[in-house]
Write a protein that binds this ligand. Structure first.
Ligand code: GUN
Length: 282
């Protein structure tokens, strides 16, 4: 039987509906959640992501401010903008679009964000709190991945989850979240020996490596939940890290690209921004 396709587009729309009620409740108390975005340079993918974030803020009636800075902006100028957002009471969440140009130390910029406004969950205080299971902002793509797994109805407890990719933005936080839901977690990366042998043991497989259609159908355990975080350009098509054509007859559940994890990421950013505003009211 072919896999059930988990539509991130549909799940995101459902969550946005619920979030709109929370925005209205905040407005009734005189607070409009505000997101401040910093975009440095001309990377077309980053510009397109930031546009989508602006559009999502508009749709949900959030206040949003985007500061676009030239690729030549110095680290101190970017940090000064972060600090301006830190001080601004109308801005509850701050996002610095990554990657930053090579001459800027990304960690130094992230460290300048007030952890209470770090809606990306990249500040070491939030990363540390995620690891010890304390309240924190959960990074948006990993949070979206977990929502999709939960909504598939799959019970994670005791299962084997395999994460392919060890980035700070996706792989590491996803592994930590799966662990907190009592999965047994294996993290794979570019040096893993015999990757297909490991992925074949996964009840849940999260692919976040950025390699077009790397994971084939015969790498997948029949009935597995397959979450594809990859967005890769292959000719004129956007494809994931999973070869959807060969994987979908084998998997139990699978997310498409596009229309899977992608729409969830921005929705989780909006959710974190609303939460940041709610926390101020207590
Ligand atoms: N670049 C790619 N993904 C992300 C993300 O989730 N947040 C930020 N700030 N930059 C990104």
């Amino acid at each position: 039987m072919p896999a059930r396709v988990i539509s991130g587009k549909q799940v995101a729309a459902e969550i946005r509906q619920a979030l709109s009620g929370r925005v209205q409740a905040l407005r009734a108390r005189g607070v409009v959640p505000g997101l401040g975005v910093i975009l440095v340079g001309d990377d077309p993918a980053s510009h397109s992501y930031v546009k989508s974030k602006e559009r999502a803020c508009q749709e949900l009636a959030l206040h949003s401010v985007v500061r676009r800075m030239p690729a030549t902006a110095g680290q101190h100028e970017v940090i000064a903008q972060v600090e301006a957002f830190n001080r601004d009471p109308a801005i509850h969440g701050i996002l610095v679009q990554l990657p930053l140009p090579d001459h800027i130390d990304e960690q130094a910029v992230i460290l300048a964000i007030r952890p209470e406004k770090d809606v990306d969950g990249f500040h070491p205080v939030n990363v540390g709190n995620l690891h010890i299971g304390s309240r924190c902002f959960i990074p948006c793509t990993p949070a979206g991945v977990m929502e999709l797994i939960e909504r598939s109805g799959f019970e994670l407890k005791g299962t084997h989850a395999v994460v392919v990719g060890r980035s700070n933005i996706v792989g590491k936080p996803v592994a930590m979240l799966l662990l907190s839901r009592h999965a047994t977690v294996t993290m794979c990366h570019s040096r893993t020996r015999d990757l297909p042998a490991v992925t074949r043991t996964a009840d849940v497989l999260v692919a976040a490596v950025g390699k077009a259609e790397l994971i084939k159908g015969d790498w997948i355990k029949p009935g597995a939940v397959v979450i594809d975080v990859g967005v890769n350009r292959l000719g004129d098509r956007l494809v994931g890290d999973v070869d959807f054509a060969s994987a979908s007859p084998v998997a139990g559940f699978i997310t498409p690209v596009p229309g899977g994890v992608g729409p969830m990421t921005i929705t989780m950013l909006i959710k974190n921004s609303i939460e940041a505003a709610e926390r101020i009211l207590g």
